[in-house]
Write a protein that binds this ligand. Sequence first.
Ligand code: 5RP
Length: 233
Amino acid sequence: MTSADQKKKSAAQAALKLVFPGMRLGLGTGSTASAFVTLLGEKVREGLDIIAVPTSEDTRRLAEARGIRLTTLDETPTLDLCVDGADEVDPVLNLIKGGGGALLREKIVAQASARMVVIVDDTKLSDNLGGFPLPVEVVPFGARATVMSIDEATRRHGIGGAIVRREIGGAPFVTDNNMHIYDCHYRNIPDPALLAADIASIAGVAEHGLFAGIASTVVVGTDDGVEIMGQPI
Ligand code: 5RP
């Protein structure tokens, strides 16, 4: 049986085939995206000329350490390709993201990219989203009221479950944008696009981790190599 790390690396290696000289890239966050950044750094050392926007401070530090030339969306507002991980993937390429707490910047970068390619190991595949608690990035001001609004909105659609503030050592987890994350334990999300629109409409929600209709390709690392979902690579 192939290890999870090897599957992540296989997916990252396959995604690297989509990178060409001169490209403007978005670099995702998490262990799978880090495998991609590490491999990309090797290509850069061999002479590949690309420029990239990181989706988190962690990824910025890793990319800098690997010698990858970085830019910002203010300097470079459109990107050719974004490569990122995911926490859960359904058969039509809807995603849950934000396990690492970087979902807001990840979505901004994905939205600025002509193409989003997701790299995962096969444990992330699911028939219905919701097995992974949905992360929602919330403005700290009025967070309790915002969470009640999220709960009301989702219950109207027959979806409910505990909404838990993410904490580290008893203190709230603070994102790169100085906001908090609430993990919504819905278990099953029948219509991800509908829920995405409902949660996004609530003031106080900075962004949520549902990526509905954004990814064009998912590269899945498996025991036998990689499988491609969606647009071929
Ligand atoms: C971070 C993310 C990550 O892409 C997601 O959590 C997957 O991480 P990993 O590759 O470590 O499993 O959305 O906000």
